[in-house]
Design a protein around this ligand. Structure first.
Ligand code: ZN
Ligand code: ZN
Ligand code: ZN
Ligand code: ZN
Ligand code: ZN
Length: 652
């Protein structure tokens, strides 16, 4: 046994001795309190959502004093807290370390990407059976992060309250950092959520970067060392497939909602789209476990920008090369889910993670739409592939949406865990997952029609029901304003009764325009695939009214007339304009995510560009994302009138 380990164990036994002494004192006190009350152990209570409260928490006292709130609360064990990912609130006494007796000899599981270890029953632990193990004491001595997870390691997933004996391992002079020679960029460890590597980036030891005057990413410092690597071969695949070079003499100009651009303009837009990377989010490390850990923290919920570009460009042109582009990531994630089903299921355990399958759902839907409408345009292999994507999605989604994991929620009649998630998660984080479910269910319907059977009917109804319940819940927290016909909601579900003025709720935190635009993207997916669930013409028209009003009507704030960064109904912006509070968002013109609303309100794009001069407007609308969004608005307008339309190429 090494000297240091020996010293550590000695000091551990000393501290356990002290601990038992303390325990004796504590148990005496406990005996006294047992006499005083009938309480046996420290009680922990949970209500709706992901927070629990321990005895002694001031919030708990207030909550238990209210019979209505108390009726919704129940006691929970520390073990269930861990498996259900429930944490104590910030006001709670720090009791977790005392609740668990951490044995230094207990087995811990080492991650493959960051130097972190987890407990046997850690909810963040994936692919446990493939992971290297050590003892808690060994991990502590080696400097591993203990019970940390998330992008920067700020989240605790296990070993709550653990007091480490040895310092954490830090980055060293030899740590490999990546980046280009742009002095303004900080340098990262491959796998950092703030870093989008490109094959032209260099990989050098930290000391060389620092000697050249570069800085190291704060998140990378905080998170600590990596234990994964990437081969030169994989590195050489990173980034975009080719660089789009504008033909000489061509400069981009704005598209218009009522005019089809020339064939040349369309082809250039397609070329620009094809030059984008396939949007696969996790890096391909030498150890696939490291890639899976990376996959688990990557965010897919806005959804992935490039996937949306491929999708919109396909719907707006019908170009086969774009469909192929969508298939790159669809095939990749189909394979991932088949190789590591438990990881895929864990990722999809909340609506936030579901959009990792967006291109699987979208490409399958497109293939099946084509197969129904123009059978000759789809080969048997393409059809089989689409069916395979749907089969995989079903296997991934089934535990989350059909309740093998938890009992049914009485009100929503969906699995309890999912219902709790619906009630707590910010709308912008969930809606693209719900949109993905809508596309998935529509694709299953197409498949069923094509096969002339009703064998998927039960599944289709279940997924429609889940998406429908989400929309219903969203509506119950929203406001259709009769002052201007707009649709308004809060950043996340707000529990407390709103103050109401003149029939309008005053949200604590009305949605900001940026997050509204991401939420709305999920709603557009539903509008295309399952309008009967509530994302129909009426909703889209109300959304358009709210956004148009926001962009064209100044509000009074601190005695100044300004456009608001928050989407507030006329009463809200008059009574309590949110943007004046700390953390309020600023207004930003020409948000292309809203351009699609031109289909529901003529003049929408002009409205969004209202604060711009005509030169600024022409420049903004000549940008790639705006040209694409303008074209996609034409598609949305066309399917309003013809639901059988697959893409705008059919109109040419
Ligand atoms: Zn508390
Ligand atoms: Zn953990
Ligand atoms: Zn970083
Ligand atoms: Zn209102
Ligand atoms: Zn884009």
């Amino acid at each position: 046994m090494s000297q240091e380990l020996h010293r550590f164990q000695k000091s551990y036994y000393m501290s356990t001795k002290r601990f038992f002494l303390l325990l004796k004192v504590a148990s005496l006190a406990l005996c006294a309190s047992l006499l005083a009350s009938a309480t046996q152990a420290q009680e922990i209570w949970k209500g709706e959502g992901k927070k629990a409260h321990a005895e002694g928490c001031p919030r708990l006292e207030t909550m238990l004093a209210d019979p209505q709130i108390k009726a919704k609360m129940s006691q929970i064990t520390p073990k269930d807290m861990m498996s259900e990912r429930i944490e104590l609130c910030s006001k709670c006494p720090d009791i977790m370390a005392k609740l668990f007796n951490y044995d230094p000899k207990m087995k811990v599981y080492r991650d493959a990407l960051w130097f972190r270890v987890h407990a046997e029953n850690c909810p963040e632990l994936i692919l446990k059976e493939h992971k290297k193990t050590m003892t808690l004491a060994e991990a502590d001595l080696a400097g591993a992060r203990i019970g940390e997870s998330g992008q920067s390691g700020r989240t605790n997933c296990c070993f709550f309250g653990y007091q480490r004996q040895h310092p954490q391992k830090k980055l060293t002079d030899e740590t490999l950092l990546c980046g280009n020679d742009n002095k303004r960029n900080v340098k990262h460890i491959a796998g950092c959520h703030r870093y989008w590597p490109d094959r032209t980036d260099m990989r050098r030891p930290l000391k060389d970067w620092v000697a050249d005057g570069f800085k190291v990413c704060d998140h990378c410092i905080e998170r600590g060392p990596s234990v994964a690597s990437i081969t030169d071969e994989e590195w050489a695949k990173l980034g975009t497939p080719f660089e789009f070079v504008a033909p000489s003499g061509w400069s981009p100009t704005a598209f218009f909602p009522d005019r089809r651009p020339s064939q040349e303009e369309l082809e250039l837009l397609i070329q620009e789209t094809l030059a984008k990377s396939n949007g696969i989010q996790e890096l391909q490390f030498t150890d696939p476990l490291a890639s899976m850990e990376n996959f688990m923290v990557m965010r897919f919920f806005f959804p992935v920008h490039n996937w949306l570009d491929f999708y919109m460009a396909y719907r707006a042109t019908g170009d086969e090369r774009l469909r192929e582009k969508l298939l790159e990531s669809a095939r990749h994630y189909n394979q991932l889910a088949k190789t590591f089903p438990s990881v895929a299921q864990a990722k999809a355990s909340t609506p936030e993670g579901i959009p990792f399958m967006l291109t699987m759902a979208a490409s399958a839907r497109i293939t099946l739409q084509l197969a129904l409408k123009k059978p000759d345009s789809v080969s048997p292999e393409q059809l089989a592939e689409a069916e395979d994507f749907l089969k995989t999605m079903y296997l991934v989604l089934h535990p989350t949406c059909e309740g093998t994991r938890s009992k049914l929620d009485q009100e929503m009649r969906i699995p309890q865990e999912l219902a709790d998630d619906f009630r707590t998660r910010a709308f912008n984080r969930s809606m693209n997952g719900i949109g993905t479910l809508g596309i998935f269910a529509a694709a299953m319907e197409d498949l069923q029609t094509l096969k002339n059977t009703n064998q998927f009917q039960k599944a289709i109804q279940q997924y429609q029901h889940v998406a429908g319940e989400y929309i219903k819940h969203w509506f119950s927290k929203s406001h259709f304003c009769d002052k201007n016909g707009g649709f308004y909601y809060s950043y996340k579900p707000e529990d407390k009764a709103y103050e109401k003025v003149d029939g309008c709720p005053i949200f604590k935190r009305p949605e900001d325009a940026g997050h509204y635009s991401h939420t709305m993207q999920g709603v557009v997916f539903l509008y295309e695939s399952a309008p009967e669930l509530g994302a129909n013409d009426q909703l889209m028209t109300a959304v358009a009214s709210a956004i148009y009003h926001n962009s064209t009507t100044k509000i009074q704030r601190h005695g100044e007339a300004v456009l608001s960064g928050h989407i507030e109904c006329p009463t809200m912006s008059q009574v309590d304009p949110y943007g004046s509070k700390r953390g309020g968002h600023q207004y930003s013109p020409a948000r292309e995510r809203f351009y699609v609303l031109e289909a529901f309100k003529e003049g929408m794009i002009d409205g969004l560009c209202d604060p711009l001069s005509s030169e600024e407007k022409a420049a903004a609308n000549s940008e790639y994302d705006k040209r694409l969004a303008t074209l996609y608005a034409q598609y949305a307008n066309a399917i309003r009138k013809d639901r059988s339309l697959i893409h705008l190429g059919e109109r040419m």
